[in-house]
Design a protein around this ligand. Structure first.
Ligand SMILES: [Mg+2]
Length: 320
């Protein structure tokens, strides 16, 4: 980009966040220097959003900024870690001031909510693409992974499932203005709230965790595969929003089973700790629901409302 365009963008980037916790040297040098608290492991993740692939071309800039950060904070939350630092690589077709103002507002509002500091970035010209890398800190004994689930444990999920996928699919057949329920589902798609507080509460308590980005069946399948166990889900217990129920009807449970982009946390927990952790999550404002049981027999099964049990194929969002 030309130097004046860089000035425009740098001006907006400077507004991104004021958090400075653990930053020894901020942006502007060849690297930033950050300092984790003694004894903490660093959780590192990165995710790219491409216009037309990961979000529709008409997505408001605010939502692009929010979601690019949210999906990364969601991965940090799934490890039981506290998000601390992020870098941003932004590819833009042009330096559009009003777009940048909205984008940075969406990004900065979410970053400030969790005290996350932007410590570096990169700018290039090209089709709209946003890559965020996030780093978080977690005490070794609190770190969560996909591999600790044990037969006999309960499977839980925060919030509600299927909203984002339904918001995407159902709006395709409608014209604007959308009804309120559809608008709410669309917000779940374009402005997901990462379950940062829930992840911190689950650290050291849950035996395994993952964030639901590709769909419950597929993401829970990752826990089961990593942990060498299987599971049966109770379809009747899948948490459904009232908006999803009213808009999707009989298809609501299918969206909840296989729809992606909800960014809830799916986790496993032993019976002894179950009620205490559910109470803590509820008190923190992110309720969770028991949806199934970890079993020693491999594979993922669903018990439907009529009592029949079927093995689920791996499903969800295919990247290629
Ligand atoms: Mg993930």
């Amino acid at each position: 980009m030309g130097s004046d365009e860089f000035q425009v963008i740098e001006r907006w980037f400077k507004t991104l966040t004021t958090a400075t916790g653990g930053v020894s040297l901020g942006p502007g040098d060849d690297c930033a220097l950050v300092e984790p608290p003694p004894g903490e492991l660093i959780a590192v993740t990165t995710d790219t959003l491409i216009e037309g692939v990961h979000f529709p071309a008409d997505t408001p800039a605010h939502d692009v900024g929010h979601k690019a950060l949210a999906v990364n904070l969601s991965d940090i939350a799934a490890m039981g870690a506290r998000p601390k630092w992020v870098t941003l690589a932004l590819t833009l077709p042009a330096a559009d001031e009003s777009w940048l103002a909205d984008f940075t507002r969406g990004f900065a509002t979410l970053a400030d909510r969790y005290g996350v500091a932007l410590v570096g970035g990169d700018l290039t010209r090209g089709p709209l693409t946003v890559t965020v890398q996030a780093l978080g800190g977690v005490a070794r004994e609190n770190a969560l992974s996909r591999s600790g689930a044990l037969a006999g444990e309960r499977i839980c999920v925060t919030g509600t499932l299927g909203d984002a996928a339904a918001g995407l699919a159902i709006a395709k057949d409608l014209s604007e203005p959308y009804p309120d329920d559809v608008l709410w589902l669309r917000r779940r798609l374009s402005c997901p709230e990462p379950r940062v507080e829930a992840g911190l509460l689950l650290g050291g308590e849950a035996s395994a965790a993952i964030d639901v980005s590709d769909g419950l069946a597929q993401d829970l399948g990752h826990i089961l595969g990593s942990s060498n166990v299987g599971a049966t889900l109770d379809v009747a217990h899948l948490p459904l929003s009232s908006a999803l129920r009213s808009v999707a009807g009989d298809l609501a449970r299918e969206y909840a089973l296989s729809g992606g982009d909800d960014y809830e946390l799916c986790f496993t927990v032993g019976q002894r700790r179950l009620s205490a952790i559910l109470e803590k999550l509820s008190a923190a404002g992110t309720g969770a629901t028991v949806i199934g049981l970890v079993e020693s027999s491999p594979g993922l099964r669903a018990r439907y409302l009529d009592g029949t049990v079927q093995t689920l194929p791996e499903q969800g969002f295919r990247h290629f």
